[in-house]
Design a binder for this molecule. Structure first.
Ligand SMILES: CC(C)(COP(=O)(O)OP(=O)(O)OC[C@H]1O[C@@H](n2cnc3c(N)ncnc32)[C@H](O)[C@@H]1OP(=O)(O)O)[C@@H](O)C(=O)NCCC(=O)NCCS
Length: 136
């Protein structure tokens, strides 16, 4: 598996993976790609997952979105994408978040050693739970 910064040539693959999630984020993903905020994971030369992150959460690094092609989930792709961002953020705090209802992401963060850092009432009835890790 190879994780690298995304380029304009990855747009179609990113949007295609994006359509497998519950949200319509096409315009958002195009903007994030143009701003250099996306990394992709390739398996045998094919993009199978992406991560959106930047350092704009109160000037701290934050992972805003991650998605993996359904047929390739539970194969360590999201873990490899977080490994990549965490390496770039060594020595800093890294934040992310997910809805309270998203059991898979809570399991993911817990396994990686993230701890809860607060909640925000973003989606009515399904609070956003923030996570934090202190990277050495
Ligand atoms: C959530 C998501 C990104 C996980 O990607 P992935 O590549 O399958 O994750 P990994 O294989 O790296 O999983 C690492 C660990 O996270 C946890 N985990 C991941 N998916 C899980 C699931 N569906 N149920 C329970 N635990 C899960 C497990 O502890 C897993 O380790 P294990 O497989 O050894 O048990 C993927 O399911 C996805 O793209 N979902 C749709 C988009 C989405 O919901 N994104 C997050 C928005 S906040």
């Amino acid at each position: 598996m190879r994780v690298r910064e995304a380029s304009a040539a990855d747009l179609i693959a990113i949007l295609s993976i994006g359509t497998t999630t519950p949200w319509d984020k096409s315009a958002y993903l195009q903007r994030q790609l143009s701003e250099g905020n996306i990394a992709v994971a390739e398996l045998e030369g094919e993009v199978r997952g992406f991560i959106v992150w930047n350092r704009e959460f109160f000037s701290l690094p934050f992972v805003w979105l991650i998605a993996v092609e359904p047929a390739h989930r539970r194969g360590g792709i999201a873990s490899a994408l977080f490994d990549y961002v965490e390496r770039l953020c060594a020595g800093s705090r890294l934040y992310s978040s997910t809805n309270e209802s998203h059991a898979a992401m809570h399991a993911f963060f817990t396994k990686r050693g993230y701890r809860r850092a607060g909640t925000a009432d973003v989606d009515p009835g399904d609070p956003e739970i923030f996570y934090r890790i202190d990277l050495t």
